[in-house]
Write a protein that binds this ligand. Structure first.
Ligand code: SAH
Length: 237
C-alpha cells in the first residue's frame, strides 16, 4: 500500500516514515510513501500558497492552483483522495480498515483556515476529521490516519494482536501486565499467573466489558455486548 501526502511542511511527516515499525514496513516493501511539498507547485515570484478569504474574515486560505497542480502531479484522479478537516467525517477503526484495502491513499493536509472549497469539490473523495477539536495543521491529523491504517496491512504487525485490541470486537481492550509480578505493592492478578487459558480469556472478556462500561458506555451497542453477555451470564456485577 502507498501513502501519498501533500503538505506545506512534509518534514513533519518524514520522521514517522523513518522510525520504528513503519521504517521496517517501508524497508520490506509492505508500505510505500511519497511526500509532496505543495510549495513546489506555486509558480509566482513569492511561491505564494495562501491568500485572504473572499467575503472577509480572519485568517488565510490555501490557494487552489498550487494544490491542484500538486494533486495532478500524483495523478490523484481515480485514487482514494482524502482531505484532513475538522468538518470531515469522524475517523474511526472501521474507516481505517476500509482505507487499508486501498492500493494508494492520497492525503491532502490543510493549513491556515483550510483549503479553497473548489479543491474539495473537484478533487476530494472524503474529508476526514480525527476528532471534535481544531488542530493548527492537517499533518498531525494525517499521521493519526496513516498510523491507524498502515498497521492493518498484512505483515506489518502480528495479526493476533489486531484481533485482540480495542474496537476490534466493539469493546475496549482488557488491561495488560508484564514483569515484575509486584510493582509498588501492586500485584499482577493471580489469574494471569494461573496458566489456565479458558479462565484467563473469561477474565479478559469481563475486564473488557467493565472498562467499556466505565470509559465508553456509548460503545455498548446491543450487538457488541450481547455476544459477550450471552457467553458470560455470570459475568460482572
Ligand atoms: N478554519 C477551520 C480550521 C482550520 S485548522 C475550521 O474552523 O474548520 C487548519 C487545518 O488543520 C485544516 O485545514 C485541517 O487540514 C487540519 N485540522 C485541524 N483540525 C483537524 C481535525 N480535527 N481533523 C483533521 N484535520 C484537522
Amino acid at each position: 500500500m502507498k501513502f501519498t501526502v501533500l503538505s506545506l511542511f512534509p518534514e513533519i511527516l518524514q520522521g514517522f516514515f523513518e522510525s520504528s515499525i513503519m521504517a521496517k514496513a517501508v524497508e520490506r516493501g509492505s508500505i510505500e510513501y511519497e511526500l509532496i511539498n505543495i510549495r513546489d507547485y506555486a509558480f509566482d515570484k513569492h511561491r505564494t500558497c495562501d491568500d485572504a478569504p473572499y467575503g472577509g474574515g480572519a485568517g488565510m486560505v490555501m490557494k487552489a492552483e498550487p494544490v491542484a497542480l500538486a494533486l495532478e502531479s500524483v495523478k490523484s484522479a481515480g485514487k482514494k483522495t482524502v482531505f484532513m478537516s475538522p468538518s470531515g467525517n469522524l475517523f474511526n477503526q472501521n474507516m481505517a480498515a476500509e482505507l487499508s484495502t486501498e492500493q494508494e491513499v492520497v492525503i491532502l493536509c490543510g493549513r491556515y483556515e483550510g483549503v479553497d472549497q473548489r479543491i474539495i469539490d473537484a478533487y476530494i473523495d472524503t474529508e476526514i476529521s480525527i476528532g471534535d477539536y481544531v488542530l493548527s495543521s492537517g499533518e498531525t491529523a494525517a499521521l493519526v490516519v496513516i498510523d491507524a491504517v498502515y498497521r492493518l496491512i498484512d505483515g506489518v504487525i502480528n495479526s493476533e494482536s489486531l484481533e485482540e485490541e480495542s474496537f476490534s470486537k466493539g469493546l475496549l481492550e482488557y488491561p495488560h501486565y508484564t514483569r515484575p509480578e509486584t510493582f509498588q505493592g501492586m500485584k499482577v492478578p493471580d489469574i494471569l499467573l494461573s496458566g489456565h487459558h479458558a479462565n484467563i480469556e473469561k477474565w479478559r472478556r469481563e475486564k473488557s466489558l467493565e472498562k467499556t462500561r466505565k470509559n465508553r458506555p456509548d460503545l455498548l451497542s446491543a450487538s457488541a455486548t450481547s455476544e459477550y453477555e450471552m457467553e458470560d451470564q455470570d459475568g460482572l456485577d
